[in-house]
Structures are given as structure tokens and as C-alpha cells.
Ligand binder design. Sequence first.
Ligand code: CA
Length: 229
Amino acid sequence: MLILLVEDHRLLAETLIDFLESEGIECDYAATGNAGLELSRQNRYDAIVLDVGLPGKSGLDVCRAIRATDNSDIPILMLTARDQLDDKIGGFDAGADDYLIKPFEQRELVARLRAVTKRHRGNLVQTTIVVGDLSLDLSCHQVTRQGVVLKLSPVGFKLLHLLARESPAVVTRAALLDALWGDDLPDTDALRSHLYNLRRAVDAPFDQPMIETVKGVGVKLIPAQVTPH
Ligand code: CA
């Protein structure tokens, strides 16, 4: 883990850096808001620990500025003095993820840092699934194979998504029916015809089929063998 510490109190900063590094957390350090902003733009940090009371640009201003940039979802943990406690509200308005009131236990800081970074990683939802030369972009519902965009119906996309997520494992017929229609089962041939259409889109135009029926069990999506050039 690499973090950025923005804190004008040098002695406190040094103590924190020593402790964090002993916990395996690497630190970059800035003593002013502007220097902190600059570093946050130049590097990719797992989190930023930001003092509220900084000379010049305050921690709240820095927080707002970071949130306004491309790097806007980075976890930010604010440090605030007890008499700045009102700032804690301001801190959340400015976009902080968490805060600690000075003085605090160093171990508490480490625990909070681990929590915000873990939460952050959990929020980074996987948006693309790749199986061999097939790629599903979940955010824009687009499927490509060998770079060619495939035309799928909404049900076809759902079906392929399920198969790709489990690939190369077999997805049972029952699981497919359940995921597609739940209790509102259409007539029994619906799955068969959707699979037929899916094969036409995903397999027919290419040399190697990917959708494989496992008789009496279900269907699986297998990555096509890459032919060496
Ligand atoms: Ca300060």
C-alpha cells in the first residue's frame, strides 16, 4: 500500500511515517495543501491522509480539489483537531471517506486506512469479462469477438454473461432457466431458441465454436484456442 500524508506538523508526520512504514505502508509526504495536490496528481495512491488544519489551502479545500479531478474516487481520511470538530461535517461535505480526531492511536489510523482501501477495492466492480478472444463489456452491454462487435438480444447478452462468468465451468440448464426467467418460466423451447441465436452470433462467423452443450447437464463457454501466427 502506498499512501500520501499531507500534514504540516513535521514531528507528527515523521512519527506517523515511521509507524506506517513499520506496518508495511509506504508514504509520500507533503507539508502543504498545494504540495499534496501536486503529488496526488503525479502518483497513484491507495489512500490520502489529509490534515484539516494546513497553512494556506486547508485540508477541506484540498479534498474538494482532489474530488474534482480524474482521481476523484481515491479514499481520503481526514485528520482533525478536537476544536475543529465542526470541520468534520465539512470534511464529509468536501468528500472525505473517514476522519480521525487528534490525538489518535497510530494503530487506529492503520486500521481505518486498511478499512477505507478495502472498501474502495470492493467498489471497483469488474466491468469487462474476457474469455479467450471474446470480451463482454458489462457497463455498455457490448460483446466483441476478435474485435468484431456481436449483435445480441438482451436475453442473449444475459445468457452469455452467465456463461462467461462461470467459464470454463458448465452452467446447468436449471441455473440458466432460473437466472433468465426465475419463476416465470416461459415454454420449454425458449432456452433452446435463445441458445440457437446465441450460437449464430458468437460461433457461426468464426472458425472455432465456444459454446458447448454438455449432454444432460448444461452449457459451457470455452475459450477458443489461439492459433499461432
Ligand atoms: Ca495542522
